[in-house]
Design a protein around this ligand. Structure first.
Ligand code: SAH
Length: 387
C-alpha cells in the first residue's frame, strides 16, 4: 500500500529504527479524534455539554484547555464481497473513518448498482474501507458528480461525522490534530501583536491564532493557492474570525519584497511537506526526490520569515512529516546561514525531543508510534539582531 522508494524508507528508519512500526502506525488513525473549541464563541465546558447531549462520547484533553476528543472505534471487519464502488484516496480515507460517500469521490463502480444495492467501498488499489447502501445508480454516481452516493453503514474505523454537526456549522469548533494545536501554543500570539501566517490555508492554525490572541492581534494570513484561499476564507467566516484576519494571496517566499512594510512579532512557517506523519493513510507514494524538493522549498520560507520578523520576534516552524531532512536539517541550515537567529526551547513536555544535531534538545517531535498522534515537528526560533 505504501510506495516509498528505498531512500524514503531509509529516512524513516533513521528516525524509527525500522520502518515497519512506523508504517503500521500511520495506516491506522489515532485512538482520539480531536477538535479545537472556538473559545471566542463558546467555553469548552459548554461545548462538551452540547455534544454530550447529542449522545456523543467526548472528553476534555488532559493538558490543552481548548482541545476536546472523541474516542475512535475499530477496527471492524467489513464485507468485501458486495458489488464494488472504487473511490479516490481522499474519499477512501474519509469512508475508512466512517464518513458517508459523496459522488465526487467515486472513480468507478459496478454497473449493476442501483439505489438500494448493498455495496463494498474500496480505495484505488482495492483496499476495503467500508460498506453501505447505494443512494444512486452507478450511472448517476459517475455522471452526476454530486450528492450522496452511498450511505455508509459499516466502516473499518468509526468516529463522529464532525462536519455534519450543527455545532460545526455554527463555528463552535474546528477539527484539528493535537500536535497542530501545540504549534500555535508555541507561537503564543498576544493581543496587539503583528502575527504573520505564511502558509495559512485552509486556516487551521490561523483560526487558533485569532482565538489565542482574543481577536486582538493584527493577523496577516498568506497563501499561494487560489482554491485554498477560498477554503481559508470560508473557515474564518464560519468561525466568525474574518474581522481579525487579513487574507492575501501571495507567494510568501517573497513577502519581504512584496510587503516590505511588514515587521512581525510572530511568524508561523507551516510549509508544504511530504506529510508522512499524517494518518490514517491507506495508500501513499513518495520518492526521495519529493523529500529533497520539499526541503529546498521549506528553507526559502524561513529565510523570508527571518527578514520580516522584528528583533526579538519569534518564528515557529512546523511540519506534519518525520524526515530529518525536512525538519532538523532545515533548521540547522538556516541557523548556520543566518547569524541573527537562535533556536529556543518549544516548552512542550508532552512529546519527544528532536532526533538529530547539536540543537537536539530544543526541538519537539510528536511520534505516531509513541504518542498516538499525527507525526509532527515543531521548532521555535528567535531573531536576535538585524543581519
Ligand atoms: N497552516 C495550514 C496548513 C498549511 S499547508 C493549517 O494549519 O491549516 C501548506 C500551505 O502552503 C498550502 O495551503 C499551500 O497552498 C501553501 N503554499 C505552498 N506554496 C506556497 C507559497 N509559495 N506561498 C504561499 N503559500 C504556499
Amino acid at each position: 500500500m505504501f510506495e516509498y522508494d528505498h531512500r524514503v524508507l531509509k529516512a524513516i528508519e533513521q528516525v524509527y529504527g525500522d520502518s515497519r512500526s512506523f508504517l503500521e502506525a500511520i495506516s491506522m488513525p489515532s485512538r482520539r479524534l480531536y477538535i479545537r473549541v472556538n473559545t471566542l464563541r463558546i467555553t469548552p465546558e459548554d461545548l462538551l455539554d452540547r455534544l454530550r447531549s447529542r449522545g456523543l462520547e467526548v472528553y476534555r484533553d488532559e493538558e490543552l484547555a481548548e482541545a476536546l476528543y472523541f474516542p475512535v472505534k475499530g477496527p471492524n471487519k467489513v464485507d468485501s464481497e458486495k458489488p464494488r464502488v472504487v473511490v479516490d484516496k481522499r474519499a477512501a480515507e474519509s469512508v475508512y473513518m466512517g464518513a458517508n460517500l459523496y459522488a465526487p469521490g467515486v472513480i468507478d463502480c459496478d454497473e449493476s448498482i442501483t439505489p438500494g444495492t448493498e455495496v463494498t467501498i474500496v480505495s484505488p488499489r482495492g483496499f476495503v474501507v467500508g460498506e453501505g447502501v447505494a443512494e444512486m445508480s452507478c450511472w448517476d454516481m459517475k455522471r452526476r458528480r454530486k450528492g450522496l452516493a452511498v450511505r455508509v453503514t459499516r466502516s473499518v474505523f468509526e468516529a463522529p461525522r464532525l462536519r455534519e454537526l450543527p455545532e460545526y456549522r455554527e463555528g463552535l469548533f474546528y477539527p484539528q490534530s493535537l500536535p497542530a494545536m501545540y504549534v500555535t501554543r508555541v507561537l503564543d500570539p498576544k493581543p496587539g501583536e503583528v502575527v504573520v501566517d505564511m502558509c495559512a490555508a485552509p486556516g487551521g492554525k490561523t483560526g487558533h491564532i485569532v482565538e489565542l490572541s482574543q481577536g486582538r492581534a493584527y493577523v496577516l494570513a498568506f497563501d499561494h493557492s487560489r482554491s485554498k484561499i477560498l477554503e481559508l476564507y470560508e473557515n474564518m467566516r464560519r468561525l466568525g474570525h474574518t474581522y481579525a484576519v487579513e487574507i492575501w494571496r501571495a507567494d510568501s517566499r517573497y513577502l519581504h519584497i512584496d510587503y516590505p512594510w511588514i515587521r512581525a512579532d510572530k511568524v508561523l512557517v507551516d510549509p508544504p511537506c511530504s506529510a508522512l506523519g499524517v494518518r490514517p493513510k491507506i495508500e501513499d507514494s513518495k520518492t526521495w526526490r519529493d523529500i529533497e524538493a520539499s526541503a529546498q522549498y521549506q528553507i526559502q520560507f524561513l529565510r523570508t520569515a527571518i527578514r520580516i520578523a522584528k528583533i526579538g520576534g519569534v518564528i515557529v516552524y512546523s511540519t506534519c512529516t518525520i524526515t530529518i531532512e525536512e525538519n532538523e536539517m532545515v533548521i540547522e541550515r538556516i541557523v548556520e546561514e543566518e547569524k541573527c537567529v537562535e533556536v529556543v526551547d518549544t516548552g512542550i513536555r508532552r512529546s519527544s525531543r528532536g532526533v538529530y544535531g547539536v540543537f537536539r534538545d530544543l526541538y519537539t517531535r510528536f511520534h505516531p508510534t509513541l504518542h498516538d498522534v499525527t507525526g509532527y515537528f515543531i521548532a521555535k526560533l528567535v531573531k536576535v539582531c538585524e543581519s
